[in-house]
Design a protein around this ligand. Structure first.
Ligand code: FE2
Length: 538
């Protein structure tokens, strides 16, 4: 603060001015008005403020109040004073005659100045603390929101659950930003990329309004969130019912999932939050961006998960096709058994995930038949004892084929034990009653029902009534009596599945076009066999 370099120096300025003491040079920074008042009240002198040459705020103190003790000199020409004093920015000069009076006044003035500066520093410090406090509170709100979001995010099991997942993800954001409602406009992953709006609360404007806003701001939203407030002068929403909004693009890794929009500030919320004000601010925009980024990442995960599941299911189907291609007359058997089993499992209280497990098991329950010789597998007549022993190895073969696949561990019990009998006379391990894994018991019922009701080259499929009669006669001997009871109760639903089942027809291979293969191979052009980028034949 003391940088004048010539503190307490005494000198005479021209034009009849009294001796001058140049005092501390510092920058009171905007205190001039209040400081003049302070000095007037504090030491009983009047103060004239003149500008410094470099635009600072030096104070020229002119002692007037006690003419007996302090010689006063009116400052009529502040420009001359300014020039004569040659004060640095924020300098203070006190002049009087005799000089000791000036020294006394100057010391007093400097004490007051120091106090004022300290008070000003405290005010700035307090403002900074308040600003930091608000920032910390906002950060805390943001972290709380992220934590709430993270704890509520469980990836949906099916595509149909995605809407519920998105809405559940956005619900914490409603209170987080203090919005009346939040809209998510999702872009359909396939087809024509149709936009699908979802609302966490009341729909405050029509879908078309939201779509128009997205179209208007799409490019800007690629860069940053937008905030529009009708009543606070930074934009007009232009739609009845939409007072203010924040809109954020929901994208991840270059893939656009949609947009999220907070509509209308919840008025009740404004009184509760110290930094809240009418309309939305960058604070809410930041929260929206954070939550939406998290949602976008999760939607990306869901998409990747679905792709993997589809690939997995396709591979399973290919495996099933490989088995059924050996015996065209059993075409569709695995899918029908899988569908019956899923239905029966749901009737006995299996969860959605458990039902999907039993469906998958049904698809693969006979995969071991791939190891059975054609002569045995396709024999139309009754099998002899040796052939029966061979066919009975298909449960073990199925287990061996699948047991190394980590993702299929859950289906091994059903594959291995779907030919066990309730009375303990089945195969491969002669398990009995409740010792037979439930998946095996379910599949045993469904497998038998489909075998009885399907047409074979050597016989016509039997009627549903006849099949149910046989199943009930064998309950407690071959099959779990409780399952037979439930199966019989829902036979109409099971039969509907059977009637509506359409065996998958293998796709016909497309013919070459103009003598060229029509299937593109990665790294190769579609119209030739040269690797793309290659310039000469090898
Ligand atoms: Fe089987």
């Amino acid at each position: 603060m003391n940088d004048s370099g010539d503190d307490n120096s005494q000198g005479i300025i021209g034009n009849g001015f009294p001796p001058v003491l140049k005092m501390y040079a510092y920058d009171p920074g905007g205190l001039d008005g209040s400081l003049a008042h302070l000095l007037s009240a504090g030491i009983g002198i009047s103060v004239t403020v003149v500008e410094a040459r470099d635009g600072g705020h030096p104070l020229v103190i002119q002692a007037k109040s006690d003419p007996d003790r302090v010689h006063t000199e009116p400052v009529n020409d502040s420009a001359s004073v300014r020039q004569a004093l040659a004060l640095p920015a924020g300098g203070i000069a006190v002049w009087s005659s005799p000089v000791d009076q000036a020294e006394r006044i100057a010391r007093h003035a400097m004490t007051l100045l120091d106090l004022e500066i300290a008070r000003n520093d405290s005010k700035q410090l307090l403002a900074e603390v308040e600003s930091l406090t608000n920032q910390v509170m906002q950060d805390f709100e943001e972290l709380s929101l992220i934590r709430t979001l993270a704890s509520s995010l469980e990836l949906p099991q099916t595509a149909e659950d995605t809407d519920d997942f998105v809405l559940a993800s956005l619900m914490p954001l409603v209170s987080g930003v203090g919005a009346v409602s939040i809209a998510a406009v999702l872009v359909e992953d396939s087809g024509d990329h149709k936009r699908r709006p979802l609302w966490t609360g009341p729909q405050v404007v029509g879908d078309e309004v939201i779509f128009d806003l997205i179209d208007d701001h799409a490019e800007e939203l690629m860069q940053q969130p937008i905030v529009r407030n009708r009543n606070v002068g930074d934009g007009h929403c232009g739609a009845e019912g939409l007072e203010e909004y924040v809109m954020v693009e929901c994208s991840s890794e270059g893939r656009l999932h949609g947009w999220v929009m907070a509509c209308n500030r919840l008025q009740d919320d404004i009184d509760d939050v110290p930094w809240a004000q009418l309309g939305f601010t960058t604070v809410q925009a930041s929260l929206m961006e954070t939550a939406t980024n998290q949602l976008a990442a999760q939607l990306n995960n869901i998409r990747l998960l679905r792709q993997k599941e589809e690939l997995f299911t396709d591979v399973i189907r290919a495996l099933v096709n490989a088995v059924e291609a050996r015996d065209p007359y059993t075409c569709g058997h695995s899918e029908r058994v899988a569908s019956f089993a899923r239905c029966l499992a749901s009737k006995i209280g299996f969860t959605v995930a458990e039902c999907e497990r039993i469906y998958l098991t049904g698809l693969l329950h006979d995969v071991g038949k791939i190891a059975i010789p054609d002569g045995v597998l396709q024999k139309p007549n009754r099998l002899n004892e040796e052939e029966r022993a061979i066919i009975e190895t298909h449960t073990d073969s199925g287990w061996r084929i699948l047991q190394e696949l980590e993702a299929l561990q859950d289906i091994l019990p059903g594959v291995l034990y779907h030919h066990e009998h309730w009375n303990g006379k089945g195969y491969p391990d002669r398990l009995a009653g409740d010792n037979i894994p439930i998946d095996g018991r379910i599949l045993a019922v469904c497998d038998a029902f489909d075998a009885m009701t399907s047409d074979r080259p050597y016989r016509k499929g039997m009627s549903i009534d006849r099949a149910i009669t046989i199943l009930n006669e064998g309950a407690g001997e071959y099959w779990d009596p409780n399952l037979i009871h439930v199966f019989s109760q829902h036979i109409d639903e099971i039969d509907e599945i059977r009637i509506n089942h359409q065996p998958r027809q293998p796709a016909a291979r497309p013919a070459p076009v103009n003598g060229l293969p029509i299937i593109g191979i990665p790294g190769f052009s579609v119209t030739g066999n040269m690797p793309s980028g290659s310039t000469s034949a090898q």
